[in-house]
Ligand binder design. Sequence first.
Ligand code: CAA
Length: 260
Amino acid sequence: MQFNNLLVQKENNLAILTINRPAALNALNADTLHELGQAIQMLTEDEEVKVIILTGAGEKAFVAGADIAFMQQLDPIAARQFALTGQMVFNQIESCPKPVIAAINGYALGGGCELAMACDIRIASEKAKFGQPEVNLGVIPGFAGTQRLARLVGKGKAKELIFTGDMIDAQEAYQIGLINQIVPHDQLMDQTKKMGLKIANKALVAVQLAKRAINEGLEMPLEQANYHEANYFGLCFATNDQKEGMAAFLAKRPPQFQGK
Ligand code: CAA
């Protein structure tokens, strides 16, 4: 599939999906969002791909937000639809059965921070900067930033970041739990691929069920969430990889997982 605003590369069971509008700091317009949705669908169905890495083209930005030039002329109905489209695509990333890792190579602002938060794991260059600067433009976050930021870093810190529009550096983002790791800028892709490959070599169905158990369980009362976890735990025992993983452990040899 050919995309105008994305690059897709595959290597060693990893897919690297790059938002490719560097002249606009990879800002997200409707076309880019639609392509992102199509690419995620395509990679979800691609059996060679076990882990997806999402990054931004160029040296400066992961994604500097929703496209302000595109949004400027929207009426309230079109703006709501734009927000719903962004939310739909980001939900697709969050619920994609395959783990999605954000390799954050620079600015992750507004919709860019929201996109990173929809990913499962965030690895950032030491040069990355984060923020929800929408109030500087007279709007609020629209791609679920009010919800995902509050859930990730807590209500108080989310309100501070959203009300002030302040930008924070990678160190502060790490301290508040917005990102998982900071790495030297020139090692970002290598370190992200290393984590991607580590995950790709685990029992795939177990990783996928763990993702579902965490995402779905957080929306449920604890007792129900724990029962839900037990159901998925039980389901793992229907896989070859559970048989292989436990047999390999007991035979003191490395497991040979098939992803089945
Ligand atoms: N939308 C459209 N174009 C953007 C953009 C955006 N979000 N961010 C940057 N660009 C464009 C600039 O207009 C500029 O284009 P030209 O070269 O044609 O003038 C180009 O990218 C380079 O940007 P700058 O010259 O501004 O680069 P800089 O290094 O001086 O500053 C920056 C970098 C601090 C990231 C600055 O570009 C900036 O503040 N960008 C906007 C960030 C922002 O407000 N994001 C939130 C958008 S709203 C949103 O996302 C809503 C939502 O939740 C759905």
